[in-house]
Ligand binder design. Structure first.
Ligand SMILES: [Zn+2]
Length: 158
């Protein structure tokens, strides 16, 4: 019951970007990043992730990336200027948020990867109909080729 409500609320939240047509370019602002981050933090991490820093910029060959500098105690989640749809934006941000969580909960940057602590979120993501793929954030071609699947996953829950 509760899980269903949460799924619906995530779906409605994403649809709110463009109620008429989800399959349209999505150009995120920093406040979109923050808003989406807060929503994902709430449903996946129970609000336990501290605030994150974002940069919306031109990225080469990826939809998003996480960069952490332990010595300076600084991090940034890099997001693209344009996505083919809002779902891809949300899916990418969720992926990079796992890396942020890994970075916060490990002592070396080597632990920010697609290993065990990445996949431990798989079930939780599935509960909220969020896709989780190893190469989801970093490999543009892979994700773009599966956009349609992504779209149908979300449409089912609305
Ligand atoms: Zn990754």
């Amino acid at each position: 019951m509760v899980a269903n409500l949460e799924i619906k609320s995530v779906a409605r939240f994403m649809r709110s970007y463009d109620p008429a047509d989800q399959d349209t370019d999505f150009i995120p602002s920093k406040s979109d990043c923050k808003r989406t981050y807060d929503k994902l933090n709430e449903v996946i991490w129970g609000g336990r992730l501290p605030p994150a820093k974002f940069s919306v910029r031109q990225l080469r060959g990826c939809w998003g990336s996480f960069v952490g500098d332990r010595k300076k105690n600084k991090h940034v989640i890099n997001m693209c200027k344009r996505y083919p749809n809002a779902q891809l934006f949300v899916g990418t941000l969720a992926h990079e948020m796992i890396h942020y969580w890994q970075w916060l909960h490990s002592e070396t940057d080597r632990e920010v990867n697609h290993g065990k602590t990445f996949w431990q979120w798989k079930k939780k993501f599935a509960q909220h109909n969020l896709p989780l793929q190893e190469r989801g954030g970093e490999n543009m071609n892979w994700y773009a080729s599966r956009n349609f699947d992504l779209l149908s996953i979300y449409q089912k829950t609305i």
